[in-house]
Design a protein. Structure first.
Length: 242
């Protein structure tokens, strides 16, 4: 399999789970981080040592358009275009709307929503020039589907990702590049460590928190040849929450 996948935000959490799951499926992985380079290097080493797949690390800030373009263009020039891109990286800065600061709004929008453009714009034309099928998977959230208290900024960004995904899917369909969105609910990562999980579980029909591997398996299916006729879709992985 000569298929390389870039996964943004893959030094930890859901992104790391996606990277390891795809490596186990035979994909070569480009691991991305904004900071915590040691963690990203460790993921790349695990991919190479455990799954015998190629892996390398790219470090850049999704909110920095110039930096994204420079790093990604250089990587493509050296290694060639990617088969797939998984836009996983994102941040949150929760606060009740009356207390939401301009910086909290701007940082979340710039990283989560502007990051969609900043990452994919340098990559789409090289993917088209491959003249082969390709895959793009974005990650939204249950907050982007139904909103969430204290997350007006995060919900706005994640909802915007859904709209952008659906529009890009229309543009790339004739190129045999599918574009889909995965919207996780409450997933067992360090981001939920401070939440009242027992109370939240009562709201989830399946009465449990999801595993990062379950999100990774959904992404892996969308990247597979079996999913070639699936595009412009949002797949929720949330235990029936919405």
């Amino acid at each position: 399999m000569d298929k390389t996948v870039l996964i943004t935000g893959s030094s930890r959490g859901i992104g790391k789970a996606i990277a390891l799951y795809l490596a186990n499926k035979g994909y070569d992985i480009v691991v991305h981080c904004r900071s915590r380079k040691d963690d990203a290097d460790a993921v790349a080493e695990e991919i190479k040592n455990t799954y015998q797949q190629q892996a390398r690390v790219l470090q850049f800030d999704l909110s920095d358009r110039k930096q994204c373009a420079e790093v990604l263009n250089q990587d493509i020039e050296q290694y060639g275009a990617y088969y797939a891109v998984v836009c996983n990286a994102g941040i949150s800065a929760d606060n009740a709307f009356p207390a939401l600061t301009g910086d909290q709004w701007d940082s979340v929008i710039r990283t989560n929503l502007d990051g969609f453009y900043n990452v994919l714009f340098p990559l789409v034309m090289p993917m088209i020039r491959r003249r082969k099928p390709g895959r793009i998977v974005t990650l939204s959230s249950v907050s982007g589907l139904i909103g969430n208290r204290g997350q007006v900024n995060y919900s706005a960004a994640k909802s915007g990702i859904i709209g952008a995904t659906k529009a890009l899917a229309l543009e790339l369909a004739k190129r045999k590049i599918t574009v889909n969105c995965v919207a996780p609910g409450l997933i067992d990562t360090e981001m939920v460590d401070d939440l009242p999980l027992e109370e939240i579980k009562k709201m989830i029909p399946l009465r449990r928190v999801g595993a990062a591997k379950e999100v990774a398996a959904t992404v892996a299916f969308l990247l597979s040849e079996d999913a070639a006729y699936i595009t412009r879709q949002v797949i929720s992985v949330n235990g029936g929450l919405c």
